[in-house]
Design a protein around this ligand. Structure first.
Ligand code: FAD
Ligand code: DLZ
Ligand code: SF4
Length: 512
């Protein structure tokens, strides 16, 4: 075994040519191992388009690595010898190649981290796990930042990341424009439908992608989602083309309409870059530097550039830090003790609530919904209805093409479901229909009346919102950011409060 090559497993979300484990390795003396395995395709029932995207991107990446001079041993899902898990496939690769050591880049979730950490003992071969330095903030740096604080607010973390990268800073080190955050300018209601609205590039499947699509259609036919809308980039070059499309056409108005929602318009001015960032096809810092350059060249306003950069070096890095800081048991938290089953319409989009049927329908079609749809439509409804946050977490992990636990879990369990009791969000992202009406055109096309709280046609979000506050008063009433809504609830007459809670109870009964 001593004389064998170095074995370098590259996991499905490590599709970066100079990923840490490859960077200093000798191409002549290394075998790169890439594995399509049943366990990863089914540990949750991923959306068909998510599986197709990742497997096609993996197959293209293997070719790109070969073109760079690497020897790649690629195991396909339909290989009859495939043993179905990372560990079993590494074992089989060890039989084939007799490596002297294994180098691997750390995994993106606790489940896979545990596998990698067991390999050294399991195979009796030295295993080096390299830190994934595609992120700006290392685990140690985040831990130090968190240890010095009572409250882990994203805004302060974000300012540190601005200082660290120098992004949007003046020569004196002050924030560009005098403010760190221009979010107040980024909550404009939706514009009138605009025929010149940017559209993501629809990449035509090549033969590699088509073979994957055919396999996924057969093998994962009972998973959620459609494949006939498949449009994702599957190579770095394609992802760069979508990045350029966004920078040219989406970014200038990204800030203004970041929170807006329009019927049958899934993408608006969003970038649709998260699947590529998370799988490693795009580099987050490179993207942010491009955004800054557009601002400095006078091509995009500051509120757009700052708002976008904040999502990447702020939110994206921050939720990753929280995920690893909080440990594997974070997924079990349920601060509001919510127990309802996720309603069946989350898998079909079949509901009279137009906002939900839109957000879920496009999720089924594309494996994509933008942030406010995830937070204020599907997330908000589950929160108000008291759905078990673990079921909500699994749904989000399944249905979005960009979903990996390190980023999905804190967003779902913490930000959206308040199941960590306020570690991540200072108050629950809960709202009635008025917010949805302000930020979308959904309510005009809905069978429910967004202005009504009780009665046959009343928008369900309204009674559910008050019922949520009343039900969780023990946990939430002392939150200063909820003082106003609790005062308004207290000001309602006894009859109004009873009618509201009765309306909510009757509606919730229809979900079971
Ligand atoms: P844009 O609106 O164009 O934003 C630009 C980029 O900023 C995104 O590509 C993403 O990389 C980053 N970003 C924006 N918001 C966040 C955030 N809150 N956390 C981390 N990164 C962010 N994002 C994922 O990448 N994977 C997930 O599994 C995921 N699950 C989510 C679940 C819930 C309940 C919520 C509320 C949000 C979730 N997000 C997740 C964050 C966000 O919704 C998506 O990153 C975004 O919608 C992706 O679309 P986009 O690329 O068009 O983003
Ligand atoms: C999400 C996913 C899927 C669907 N399939 C594979 C696969 O067959 N092989 C692989 O290497 N990775 C896959 N992935 C991504 C992994 O689940 C991801 O690398 C881990 O979640 C990282 O911890
Ligand atoms: Fe959604 Fe209520 Fe508006 Fe209908 S009326 S779209 S249920 S918020």
């Amino acid at each position: 075994m001593i004389d064998g090559p170095l074995l370098i497993p590259v996991l499905g979300d490590q599709l970066t040519p100079d990923i840490a484990a490859l960077r200093d390795a000798d191409k002549a003396d290394s075998i790169v191992l890439m594995m399509e395995v049943a366990d990863e395709t089914t540990y949750v029932r991923h959306h068909k388009a998510k599986i197709a995207f990742l497997l096609s991107a993996m197959r293209h990446h293997a070719e790109a690595l070969r073109a760079l001079g690497w020897t790649v041993d690629y195991v396909r899902l339909d290989d009859p010898a495939n043993r179905g898990s990372f560990t079993a496939e590494v074992a089989r690769a060890i039989e084939r190649h007799r490596p002297h050591a294994i180098h691997v880049t750390e995994a993106g979730e606790w489940r896979v981290r545990a596998m990698l950490e067991a390999w050294e003992e399991c195979f009796a071969i030295p295993v080096t796990i390299h830190e994934d330095d595609r992120f700006l903030c290392s685990h140690a740096e985040f831990d130090t930042w968190a240890a010095a604080r009572r409250q882990l607010r994203m805004e302060y973390f974000y300012r540190d990341m601005r200082r660290k990268t120098g992004l949007l800073l003046t020569e004196e080190g002050a924030p560009e424009g005098g403010q760190w955050n221009y979010d107040a300018e980024n909550r404009k209601p939706p514009p009138a439908r605009d025929l010149l609205m940017p559209r993501p590039i629809r990449f035509r499947p090549d033969a590699v992608t088509q073979a994957v699509l055919d396999m996924v259609a057969v093998r994962f036919g009972d998973h959620i989602g459609r494949l006939d809308h498949f449009h994702f980039a599957v190579t770095r070059d394609e992802a760069i083309r979508q990045q350029k499309r966004f920078l040219d056409e989406g970014l200038p108005r990204f800030g203004d309409y970041q929170d807006a929602m329009l019927t049958d318009e899934p993408f608006l001015w969003h970038s649709i870059l998260s699947p590529y960032l998370n799988a490693g096809l795009l580099d987050p810092l490179e993207l942010c530097r491009e955004v800054e350059a557009r601002y400095r060249a006078g091509k995009v306003p500051l509120n757009a550039a700052e708002g976008f950069i904040r999502q990447i070096i702020g939110w994206r890095e921050y939720v990753r830090g929280i995920y690893w800081l909080e440990g594997p048991d974070y997924a079990k938290r349920n601060a509001l003790r919510a127990t309802r089953n996720l309603p069946g319409f989350y898998w079909t989009g079949e509901t009279d609530m137009h906002c939900l049927s839109q957000a879920i329908g496009q999720t089924i079609d594309h494996g994509y919904a933008h942030h406010i749809q995830r937070l204020m439509i599907t997330g908000n409804f589950a929160l108000l209805a008291g759905v078990d946050p673990h079921q909500v977490h699994i749904w989000y992990l399944e249905v979005y093409a960009d979903a990996y636990e390190w980023v999905e879990l804190p967003n779902t369990l913490g930000m959206s479901q308040f199941a960590d009791g306020g570690l991540l969000a200072s108050k629950p992202y809960a709202s009635g229909g008025a917010y949805i009406n302000r930020m979308s055109d959904y309510c005009g096309a809905c069978r429910y009346d967004v202005k009504r709280r009780v009665g046959e046609d009343a928008c369900p979000f309204n009674a559910l919102y008050w019922d949520f506050l009343a039900r969780n008063a023990g946990m939430l009433a002392r939150n200063p950011r909820l003082a106003m809504p609790y005062r308004n609830w207290d000001r309602m007459t006894q009859e109004d409060r009873a009618a509201t809670r009765d309306q909510a109870a009757r509606f919730l009964d229809t979900l079971d």
